[in-house]
Ligand binder design. Sequence first.
Ligand SMILES: *Cc1c(COP(=O)(O)O)cnc(C)c1O
Length: 362
Amino acid sequence: MTTAKATIHNFNAGPSILPQEVFEAASAAVLNFNNTGLSILEIGHRTELFESVMEEARNLVKELMQLNADQEVLFLHGGATTQFMQVPMNLLNENSTAAYTETGTWADKAIKEAKLFGNVSIAGSSKETNFTSIPKNLNVNSDAAYLHITTNETIAGTQWKNIPCDCGVPLVADMSSDILSRQLDFSRFDIIYAGAQKNMGAAGVNLVVVNKNILGKVNRTIPTILDYRNHIKEGSMLNTPPVFAVYVVLLTLRWLKKQGGVAAIETLNNQKAGLLYNTIDQYPVFHGTVAKEDRSYMNAVFVMENKDLEKEFLGICKENGMIGVKGHRSVGGFRISLYNALPLSSVQVLTDLMIDFAKRKG
Ligand SMILES: *Cc1c(COP(=O)(O)O)cnc(C)c1O
């Protein structure tokens, strides 16, 4: 059953690799969930069976992220893109201003949606470096409704290593592509959101962590389904949740806990990124596009000066079972995604190919 995958190395940016045991358990649950004789796809979401899935997933998030008592864990529909508008709808008054960091494609999309609800001030931007760095000195007004950051820019390949200091305003983060990949003080954040399909499960569900104390302060009428308070009250069961996607998140969280949690996976992620970036830096045929201190440990981006060589190396990758290595069309070159479930061995196979290639072309 697993042999077909043995020769594949999945560097997809999202949806992306998940642990093999998650695929197996998810498949089994489609046929016979917890030995009930029922499929996970045909049980009511308000049954005890599913309530316990939701409850365990929620508790594992709290445990793995070491959240505080004011932080509520929600599983919502609509992808991270829905959060681009749901955050300002719940937090930003029409005459108020929210501070946003401008770090790339994803931050830009968040900024665009926030402007539909109020004013946006740019607290820091890396636009002038073509988003190859993270802004260093932020300018956040003390009366800003909140500060929004994108902790990992999946396309540009940048990542905030140091979360901005306490600016005295609520802190909101899009963590779609580095959630649960490294140790952070998650309890500092007032809202964290992440589409599950990069690092914690199947597409179709968002994790949203929200500090309940920051809600209820805007004066607009919020549609029922978009008001975080309603989801908190109903335990993410305001309407039918994406049942299967939540179950896959639960399986992935169980797997992560078994690996030793966030600290252990961070060690592995550092090894993978270290190996890849060392290889890029060692051989001049490869050129890392991002400022070294701001390089993403989840999405590594590099190019080659010679586009013919890029094409040749892409072909070599393909022959060797490397999936998803081609760079995003807006950046070109290569993008290697190194999410939690990617084994170190896949990076070893890739870097061996890179070294061999560099020595031949060097
Ligand atoms: C993928 C991604 C998104 C968009 O997620 P959807 O679930 O497709 O809406 C948003 N932000 C970041 C950082 C991403 O990587």
